[in-house]
Design a protein around this ligand. Structure first.
Ligand code: BTN
Length: 267
């Protein structure tokens, strides 16, 4: 079902609200906005592009999962970013983008937004948005393709495969007609924060990230595929964005994995 003109994504509005120069593409339907950006880079189109769509047929989630993308409901956006960073810094980019999104939500007057390492944005403990970063080399240059999905107004009965459950922005009084503005705000804030990260590293953002860390001081388990790789107390992140898990008197550094609260029967 198509929505009224006012509640549709608007290329002109998005472009006019973004501060820096970026080519903005809006699609009714696409396989994946991130895939589209990767393909543009592969085709040698070395530039900064922002791609958004009303729906995705093959939206990509983390760990190869499908990102369900109901039409005229949410935000699905991806952009390319020329990242002059060392490989060891790539992992932290998810955290930087997550932080940029929390800043936008804060500016929109939404409270209770937290981050679940490495890339989930939560509202009242439920999933509000997700970030997927892919790296693509073009010639000698490293581009990041930053994909962001934000729940705005999920259809009734929407069921997502997440043990957290989900929240959307409609619970905060925002609606479909706000999406173009929110996309521009998210793009601008990501660009700003990523530039500062590229220049100064993650260490200077660590405190701000830890202030919204959902699992700080909580008993957690970290899984990689089906294997437990750490259990203990969530203890923030290091200067490169690795998760720190404290157990007895040792601190384990986790580079990648899925974190969840530890249930009483789990060792
Ligand atoms: C996650 O699993 O939490 C990350 C989800 C990222 C989804 C977004 S939607 C826009 C962009 N295009 C994709 O195919 N995926 C990302």
């Amino acid at each position: 079902m198509k929505k009224s003109v006012q509640s549709r994504l608007d290329q002109g509005v998005i472009k006019s609200l973004i501060k820096n120069n970026v080519d903005v593409y809006v699609f009714e339907e696409i396989d994946s906005t991130s895939q589209w950006v990767v393909e543009r880079l592969s085709a040698g189109s070395v530039c900064t592009v922002l791609c958004v769509a009303e729906t995705q047929k093959k939206g990509r989630g983390r760990s190869g999962r499908l990102w369900q993308s109901p039409a005229y409901s949410n935000i699905y956006m991806s952009f390319s970013y020329l990242a002059d960073i060392e490989l060891k810094n790539i992992a932290a980019t998810s955290l930087v983008v997550g932080l940029a999104i929390t800043r936008v939500f804060k500016n929109l007057g939404i409270s209770g937004v937290t981050l679940k390492w490495p890339n989930d944005i939560l509202l009242r403990g439920k999933k509000l948005a997700g970030v997927l970063i892919e790296a693509k080399t073009v010639g000698q240059q490293l581009y990041l393709v930053v994909g962001i999905g934000i729940n705005v107004r999920n259809p009734e009965g929407f069921n997502v495969d997440s043990e957290l459950g989900w929240e959307d922005l409609s619970a905060e009084g925002l609606g479909l007609a706000d999406r173009s503005r929110i996309i521009a705000m998210v793009y601008d804030e990501c660009e700003k924060l990523m530039s500062s990260f590229v220049a100064n590293g993650f260490a200077m953002l660590k405190k701000e990230w830890e202030a919204v860390d959902e699992y700080a001081g909580k008993d957690v388990v970290v899984m990689d595929q089906n294997t437990v790789i750490a259990t203990g107390m969530g203890s923030g992140v290091d200067d490169y964005g690795c998760l720190l898990i404290k157990k007895d008197n040792t601190v384990k550094k986790v580079v990648c994995g899925d974190v969840s609260l530890r249930k009483s029967h789990e060792e």
